[in-house]
Design a protein around this ligand. Structure first.
Ligand SMILES: Nc1ncnc2c1ncn2[C@@H]1O[C@H](COP(=O)(O)OP(=O)(O)O)[C@@H](O)[C@H]1O
Ligand SMILES: [Mg+2]
Length: 190
């Protein structure tokens, strides 16, 4: 079961992604392999980190990987969330006027769901508070060996500049890095 896939990506899968070069083909192969290898005790706590410019297919392939996992493990709860939406929901949950039971539990759910995909990391307006929310979720998932996928437009260097080294170090330890370097924007070039 997958929660939170945006409507635009509902029909995206490995079958609907046609890689335009070897780098993209390699990323598809690794994502498929990851989904195929996954068993409760293999790759425990290991996720994927998709890095690349806008439009190269990060969200598409993250969704495709979740769907491939879902076909094999339909009972496993997976959650997809865009970072800005996640942060806004968490913010609302601290504001009594906007109280919503689902919002209230969001940090808890993100910290405990079996697979979490955080889409567009780095797009959030970052403050000490947003960083601490992200740190809490990432650290709990790291400690509990839960799998996490991230997508980001930020390069490895920019990620290091932007986030606390303690977060980056955990993120890299818990992820297989898939870098779309050289893959062009599909929205522009097709
Ligand atoms: N190689 C591809 N084959 C088919 N569709 C693609 C491909 N690359 C990207 N797309 C489509 O182009 C759009 C942009 O891709 P997306 O995954 O949103 O990029 P990113 O998350 O890297 O910004 C989406 O609608 C996606 O399904
Ligand atoms: Mg995206």
């Amino acid at each position: 079961m997958i929660i939170g896939i945006p409507e635009r990506f509902e029909d995206r899968s490995f079958d609907t992604y046609s890689p335009k070069n070897d780098i993209a083909a390699g990323i598809v192969a690794k994502s498929k392999q990851y989904a195929a290898d996954l068993a409760p005790n293999i790759n425990k706590g290991v996720g994927l980190l998709f890095i690349g410019d806008p439009g190269c297919g990060k969200t598409h392939l993250a969704v495709a990987t979740m769907k491939a996992l879902d076909e094999r493990y339909p009972m496993t709860e997976q959650m997809f969330g865009n970072i800005t939406e996640i942060i806004n929901r968490v913010k609302r949950s601290f504001n009594s006027a906007g109280y919503d039971a689902n919002d209230k539990q969001i940090i808890e759910r993100m910290s405990t769901v079996r697979m979490l995909c955080i889409d567009d990391l780095g797009k959030e307006y970052s403050t000490k508070w947003t960083d601490s929310v992200f740190y809490e979720v990432a650290n709990r998932r790291y400690n509990d060996l839960l799998r996490t996928m991230f997508t980001t437009n930020l390069s490895v260097e920019k990620l290091k500049e932007r986030y606390d080294p303690a977060i980056i170090s955990r993120m890299f330890e818990m992820s297989i890095l898939l870098d779309f370097k050289g893959v062009k924007d599909y929205r522009v070039y097709g």
